[in-house]
Design a protein around this ligand. Sequence first.
Ligand code: UT7
Length: 309
Amino acid sequence: MSTGSYLPEKILTNKTLESMVDTTDEWIFSRTGIRERHIADSDEFTSDLATAAAKKAIENAGIDIAKIDLIVVATTTPDKIFPSVATIVQRKLGISSNCPAFDVQAVCSGFVYALSTADNFIKAGASKCALVIGADKISSITDYTDRGNCILWGDGAGAVILQQSDEVGIISTHLHANGNYEEMLHVPRAGHGHDTIAMEGNAVFKMAVNTLDQIVDETLEANGLQKTDIDWLVPHQANIRILQATAKKLNMSMDKVVTTVEYHGNTSAASIPLALDVAVQDGRIKRGEIILMEAFGGGFTWGSALIKY
Ligand code: UT7
């Protein structure tokens, strides 16, 4: 597995948010762990973020682009209703038509869903080299008058190249969904208005903490592992307090949790591959280490991926 990521240049700080909604830097940082987030320009689309991240992952993998035989993009903020971001990325990268390309929509759990999908293509023999991307321009569906959640979101993209190999890469993936919670976190169609996120933040927070506890147990049990077998936790970056709760569940020091929420905010499907790339590039994560990724998001959807990097 090789990684790459991309963040838009423009930074939105808590200080600037103070001038947009009734909030304070102190409130945002103490409740979420976020100091700033990156925001894409109006003419920069999810496919641009995704393509930039993919280029870096391809470069880091050192592969010929012609090898890629599957593109899966996790996103909730496609450039258009259709076609998929994956097909736009395919065109922008100049990847041949001998390659299926499609999007996966599982909101903040999207990357884990996309990774699991690509892994199953590879294990079934239908792909040898997959490009898996998590990319979101969540600012495009954020209501910047709603202080209850506009302070959370950031834009970005992360990508991985997944290749068929005799060595274990993805050990197991675990996916879940419960559609009964549709209205706790959603973007209703606004008709002719602008569609934006509506979230019962505190209720989502509690569900996330409890559910992530269960997915950690499920993943360890499925593989006969102990908590101490996990070298790194690379979680979806929703809120530092959710990350701390999962680390506590694993009896894990926060030093072993890759946290990017402080400078990226919550980038939805992009947050896990972004965090993974940060820790790979700065040398923290090394080949052969065991990484647990987990996410919880709208739907509700949730899941995990256990990998040997
Ligand atoms: O990634 C996908 C899944 N999403 C998540 O996991 C997000 C989960 N939720 C959260 O991260 C947190 O619930 C939030 C950060 C969104 C909110 O934090 P909270 O600690 O749950 O706050 P709250 O909604 O319970 O609100 C507490 C108080 C309220 O005031 P009162 O009623 O106690 O007077 C809010 O009106 O904080 C107020 N408040 C704010 N104050 C200053 C809410 N937002 C803000 C704000 N600045 N931005």
